[in-house]
Design a protein around this ligand. Structure first.
Ligand code: PLP
Length: 448
């Protein structure tokens, strides 16, 4: 059956029934319980339906086990590293234990520094703060891993941008050539594209970087909750990710990596907790401060203990689910989604590389003749489906993919069922009656 996706039309156009994809395959249940999976949302004609959350790549819902752990920690909650009281001691232990859980989850080295940050963006900005010299980056990166190098706040680093080729193999060759052409301190790469979900061969990239005398920073924001990652086996020097894309709530992220650059750099923030000893400034500078080494050096101020606890619990839960089960679940959902999208006229999937063999639970696509925002509003307002639209904070990539105006992204994970996927397919196949729907109060205009 061929479904016709209409270009923007008037609301007067008659609505056809959604086509039936009779051969979709068996129901695929969620792999793990997530908070909010039973949320009801309003749709057209005063109805409400269960929310189909297909926006995991932006922020994944919290795992139920994470919410339980946060509730428990809140019940025994007090200051961190700042009190002898019993609850302060418990909270401090929880915070420091979270570091070790994270280290174990990403298979960090024992002497790696684990800094809790606000998110991946903050983590990569911290990485830029501790890096000096040339940094090689690909043009396909999220802004979080592009702007700290390409528009740095000072001139300690200089970006050298490599244009990704049509294949991963050729891209590796291009990166190698750039690193060979002149020395660089760092290769900064994403592990999985936030636009297409395509996974890059991190171990091979690390080998190339090291062979050319550079270190490697991996932006694992889209990988860490979806595929196994091992700092030691992949040879990663620095790894950044966010809790809120890994089934923990907002507010915390991680930068983990080799200690020497952390300890050689000035503190990321100046303030309490980063200092071992302070005398009043002499001569108007901070010569009176003796800074800690290790994570404390870059974590001034009271830390986000609940953020750290929730990331740690998410890591524990993901390890228990097991990377194979997670990968298999996403693969089954991806296959179902891809097969369905391929049968809908006018839907065009986004892909960077012709030879990529693995993709996390992300499908970027466009719909002929319909603006991405109109598609997203239609899916939400008519069907209760949440997707991301826009340029995904990856403007250079969207331009080179030929969609400077943006695209639509459906993304999913452990809490997703095949019903969520099927509802998206049905909605896209039935029609897009969209352009008259406007919700200016939601159009804050950022991030694009
Ligand atoms: C690949 C990638 N890197 C970095 C980020 C930035 O993450 P955050 O907004 O948590 O800082 C994102 C967010 O979408 C991302 O997908």
């Amino acid at each position: 059956m061929t479904a016709v996706l209409s270009a923007p039309v008037t609301p007067a156009r008659p609505v056809r029934d959604a086509p039936v994809f009779a051969d979709r395959g068996p129901f695929i249940p969620a792999l793990a319980a997530v908070v909010g999976s039973d949320a009801q949302v309003p749709v057209a004609a005063g109805r409400s339906v269960g929310y189909a959350n297909l926006d995991y790549a932006a922020s994944a819902p919290a795992l139920a086990s994470v919410a339980a752990q946060v509730a428990e920690a809140l019940g025994e909650y007090a200051s961190v590293h700042r009190g002898a009281g019993h609850l302060s001691q418990i909270t401090t232990r929880r915070y420091e234990a979270a570091r070790e859980t994270v280290r174990e989850f990403v298979r960090g080295r024992v002497d790696d520094t684990v800094v809790f940050t606000r998110n991946t963006t903050d983590a990569i900005n911290l990485a830029a703060h501790i890096t000096s010299g040339d940094v090689v980056v690909l043009d396909i990166e999220h802004h979080a891993s592009l702007l700290p190098w390409c528009a740095p706040k000072d001139d300690r680093t200089r970006a050298r941008v490599v244009t990704a080729c049509n294949t991963i193999e050729d891209t590796l060759v291009a990166i190698d050539a750039e690193l060979a052409s002149q020395p660089a301190s760092l290769l900064a790469v994403t592990a999985a594209s936030n636009v297409t979900g395509e996974v890059l061969p991190i171990g091979r990239l690390a080998s190339i970087a090291h062979r050319r005398g550079a270190r490697i920073l991996v932006d694992a924001a889209q990988l860490v909750a979806h595929r196994p990652i091992s700092i030691v086996s992949h040879g990663i020097d620095y790894l950044a990710f966010s809790g809120h894309k890994a089934y923990a709530p907002f507010g915390a992220g991680v930068l983990i990596g080799r200690s020497d650059w952390f300890d050689a750099a000035d503190p990321y923030l100046a303030g309490g907790g980063a200092t071992a000893d302070v005398d009043l400034p002499r001569g108007g500078n901070t010569a009176g401060a003796t800074w800690h080494t290790g994570a404390a050096r870059h974590e001034a101020g009271s830390p986000n203990v609940l953020g750290a606890v929730s990331i740690a619990e998410a890591c524990t839960a993901l390890a228990e689910l097991g990377p194979e089960a997670i990968g298999f679940h996403e693969l089954r959902l991806s296959e179902r989604l891809d097969a369905g999208l391929a049968r809908i006229d006018g839907v065009r999937p986004l892909q960077i590389f012709t030879d990529s063999t693995d993709r996390v639970g992300i499908a970027g696509f466009t719909v002929d003749g319909v603006a991405p925002r109109a598609v997203a509003e239609y899916l939400s307002d008519e069907h209760g489906i949440g997707v991301r639209d826009g340029k995904f904070c990856a403007h250079p990539l969207l331009k080179r993919l030929g969609h400077p105006e943006g695209a639509v992204r459906a993304s999913f994970g452990a809490g997703t069922t095949s019903d969520d996927i099927d509802r998206l397919l049905d909605a896209l196949a039935s029609r897009c009656v969209t352009t008259t729907i406007t919700r200016p109060e939601l159009d804050e205009g950022y991030p694009a």
